[in-house]
Design a protein around this ligand. Structure first.
Ligand code: C2E
Ligand code: MG
Ligand code: MG
Ligand code: MG
Length: 280
């Protein structure tokens, strides 16, 4: 009887699982071709300094323009790229493209590049960053590498060495999605990050959840004490921005200020700012 039930359950799930596996295999096959076909694009989301509301840089965000499905979001393919090892060539392409693009921006503007766990742990990262900087001529202190807490979970001596090697190149290091991972505070005691990005899940609750507001307040104070720049991510309302400003948060990023923009839209965006609004 139990066996029968188990069997029917199995049959019930089988087609669905097959469909999912099939879809994954297709996505993997397409992902392999995407680089050589030139199907990737970087979009750029501006960051502003809150005090004077000037644009100080942009975060590069990867977009996959799939020939049949249209734009595929990173949430749908970054983990696949990680599991298949494709993140190495894709990540290298992102670094090169972002540095090249940023080298054409007004010179105070920085570019932030996301580096995923597998990419961070690969032995090539530092060499790749160095080579992307050399090829583009971008001043190293205009490049920011964003890592999440999950990057640091394993293998901490090697990770620390990588952080120091990147820092040695003059590159800035940002902790992304701060507060969502494990032992965030321990990492701050081992390495002096240049920037902490307060995760959107806290910013979203401003005005609605005192706990989130308290957490934001503490992160901003921590940043001030350690001379680490703090950024509020995912700012969508004027109220959220005003709250971050009141707390003394340094920078903001979110749809309120600008969505991620294509290269040509970013050019229009920057050209339409009064000259003074690009950070001096
Ligand atoms: P992230 O680094 O935390 O990037 C911020 C994400 O929040 C972006 O999503 C951005 O479009 C979105 N966002 C920005 N402002 C707002 C807002 O006001 N409201 C809302 N609801 N969302 C906002 P996106 O582009 O889908 O990227 C998702 C994640 O994928 C990124 O999170 C990052 O972890 C990863 N990712 C993106 N590009 C790359 C890349 O080139 N390499 C790697 N390894 N990961 C990347
Ligand atoms: Mg990021
Ligand atoms: Mg983030
Ligand atoms: Mg986030």
């Amino acid at each position: 009887r139990a066996k029968d039930e188990g069997k029917s359950n199995y049959r019930f799930f089988e087609p669905e699982m097959n469909a999912r596996l099939q879809k994954r295999r297709e996505l993997e096959r397409d992902l392999r071709k995407a680089l050589e076909r030139g199907d990737f694009e970087l979009h750029y989301q501006p960051l502003i300094t809150i005090r004077d509301q000037r644009v100080c840089g942009c975060e590069a965000l990867l977009r996959w323009k799939h020939p049949e499905h249209g734009y595929v979001q990173p949430g749908e393919f970054i983990s696949l790229a990680e599991e298949t090892g494709l993140i190495a060539p894709i990540g290298e392409w992102v670094l090169r493209r972002a540095c090249e693009e940023a080298s054409r921006w007004p010179s105070p503007l920085t570019v932030a590049v996301n580096v995923s766990p597998a990419q961070f742990r690969s032995s090539h990262l530092v060499a790749t960053v160095l080579s992307a900087l050399a090829a583009s001529g971008l001043d190293p202190n205009r490049l920011e590498i964003e890592i999440t807490e999950s990057v640091l979970l394993m293998n901490s001596d090697a990770n620390l060495a990588t952080l120091h090697a990147l820092r040695g190149l003059g590159v800035k290091i940002a902790m992304d999605d701060f507060g969502t991972g494990y032992s965030s505070l321990a990492y701050l005691s081992n390495f002096s990050f240049d920037k902490i990005k307060i995760d959107r899940s806290f910013v979203r609750q401003i005005g609605m959840n005192r706990h989130c507001e308290a957490i934001i307040s503490v992160i901003v104070k921590l940043g001030a004490h350690l001379a680490i720049v703090t950024v509020g991510e995912g700012v969508e309302t004027a109220e959220q921005l005003a709250h971050l400003q009141q707390e003394g948060c340094d920078q903001a990023q979110g749809f309120l200020l600008s969505r991620p923009l294509s290269t040509s839209d970013l050019r229009l965006f920057l050209n339409n700012l009064p000259g003074l609004r690009v950070a001096a």
